[in-house]
Design a protein around this ligand. Structure first.
Ligand SMILES: Cc1cc2nc3c(=O)[nH]c(=O)nc-3n(C[C@H](O)[C@H](O)[C@H](O)COP(=O)(O)OP(=O)(O)OC[C@H]3O[C@@H](n4cnc5c(N)ncnc54)[C@H](O)[C@@H]3O)c2cc1C
Length: 300
């Protein structure tokens, strides 16, 4: 019997596995290895790991884990989780491997949907990004575009103004800003283009210009876009795990969900950054060990 199965091997999952394995519990980490930051060349703002390639970050993390005989890593995707007669969680992967565990940690991250612009995936992660705290410094003081199709538009606009004074905002043909918000953009010298984008031009992932339906082409060196983030995993609903209105799992600081033995950490509990996910994973590891010690201790 396995003490803990961790589903997902990003910073959240690897941190949980490290703490649990160091707590002398057997832990199996199952990872399909498709993190959403795989499109980018460098990750930023993780202290001691600034500018690291995502694949190198993962490789270093896995190396840390494999120093411990209590931790093993399996490649694969978990498809189902069911509770069996022994009150253990039974997990099945798409390769039909079955694991029985006392506790399960969900650290599966999120998947993102980019704005509906033809060819946008050629630039996303190289010169078009979604998080200014991750990539704002690299894009600072450049002529930038914000492709904002959602209600986050004004918030992201305000943030981006911190990194550049040369910002054009486009809604790609959608109606996103109300009259007051448009006035605020004008006051802040930010041009708004509400037309549909017809073409993104550039080289090797480096954006050079954006063309609109009217035929107007604006030169831009890169930019940001709003994205939709979710990860609809059938077992979340099947197990009755509580999610918030955005669809993210509700977990406390120690990773507890509403289901005993099921923990969650990292972006599946809400969008964040590498260091935040790692720290949530660490706290969840502490939570699991503390719960297990509490259960094992003979109280009078
Ligand atoms: C373009 C881009 C640039 C970014 N740049 C930065 C940056 O510079 N700095 C920063 O701090 N953050 C950055 N981020 C955000 C960062 O990638 C995330 O915050 C972080 O990866 C979240 O960690 P996580 O462990 O929660 O999830 P992830 O890292 O996404 O890991 C989840 C893992 O679980 C696996 N998985 C999912 N479902 C299953 C399943 N059913 N079975 C098994 N495995 C499964 C996935 O394949 C994946 O390997 C960036 C994101 C993007 C998109």
């Amino acid at each position: 019997m396995i003490d803990v199965v961790v589903i997902g091997g990003g910073p959240a999952g690897m941190s949980t596995a490290l703490v649990v394995g160091r707590g002398k519990k057997n832990v199996v980490l199952i990872d399909e290895n498709k993190p959403r930051n795989a499109v980018t060349k460098e990750s930023h703002a993780f202290l001691t790991r600034d500018n690291i390639e995502p694949a190198v970050f993962k490789e270093k993390g896995r190396r840390d884990l494999l120093r411990y005989p209590t931790i093993s890593i399996k490649d694969g995707r978990v498809l189902t989780i069911e509770k069996n007669e022994q009150e253990l969680f039974e997990l099945t992967t798409e390769n039909r491997e079955v694991f029985q565990a006392k506790n399960v940690v969900i650290t599966t991250g999120l998947k993102e949907t980019l704005p509906a612009v033809s060819g946008i995936e050629n630039y996303y992660g190289t010169s078009l990004f979604s998080c200014p705290f991750c990539d704002g410094w690299e894009m600072k003081d450049k002529p930038l575009i914000l492709i904002a199709e959602s209600a986050q538009a004004l918030h992201v606009t305000k943030l981006l103004k911190n990194w550049t004074d040369d910002l054009i905002v486009t809604t790609n043909g959608n109606s996103v800003f109300d009259a007051n918000q448009k006035k605020a953009l004008e006051l802040n010298h930010i041009r708004l283009i509400e037309e549909e984008i017809t073409e993104l031009k550039g080289n090797n992932g480096e954006l050079q210009s954006v063309t609109f339906k009217s035929g107007e082409e604006v030169e831009r060196s890169g930019g940001f876009c709003t994205t939709t983030l979710d990860n609809k995993l059938p077992f979340i609903e099947q197990l009755g795990i509580e999610v918030n209105e955005a669809g993210y799992i509700i977990a406390d600081m120690m990773g507890h969900t509403n289901i005993k033995g099921i923990y969650a950490a990292g972006e599946i509990t809400g969008p964040s950054q590498l260091i935040v996910s790692a720290s949530q994973g660490h706290m969840t590891g502490i939570g699991i060990i503390a719960d297990s010690c509490e259960e094992a201790f003979q109280n009078t």
